[in-house]
Ligand binder design. Structure first.
Ligand SMILES: [Cu+2]
Length: 119
């Protein structure tokens, strides 16, 4: 328990939830299976769609010893909606997809989604 508290305390400000800048991560390819998967990220700032942001999408498994999967690119569709290109799950199990966002004004935030991936 004390370890969890220490880890939580060490999180940089960018990883904390910010109600004024929600980062909504959605898996469009369902059910989640090993292979290509489309990930969508929706951004808003104070209730308005956030355009012109740069986003990196990374998938990590919850067990040790795995190389993270990085989406080669993320395209902006407009209206605060962004979509990964080339992301793929390479193993069945529990994953956390993290979107690292840099807004047009330079502010950074993160959003994440936990996914159970089937074979
Ligand atoms: Cu794994």
């Amino acid at each position: 328990m004390s370890l969890a508290l220490v880890l939580a305390a060490c999180k940089p400000p960018a990883e904390r939830a910010d109600p004024s800048r929600p980062v909504e991560v959605t898996l469009l390819t369902t059910p989640a299976r090993v292979g290509p998967a489309a990930v969508e990220v929706r951004l808003a700032v104070d209730g308005e769609p956030a355009t012109g942001a740069a986003i990196g999408i990374v998938g990590d498994m919850t067990h040790a010893g795995m190389v993270p999967v990085v989406a080669p690119s993320v395209v902006e569709l407009g209206g605060g909606v962004y979509r990964s290109e080339g992301f793929a799950f390479d193993m069945a199990g529990d994953w956390v997809i993290t979107a690292e966002v840099r807004y047009a004004d330079g502010v950074t935030r993160q959003g994440s989604l936990s996914v159970s991936v089937a074979r």
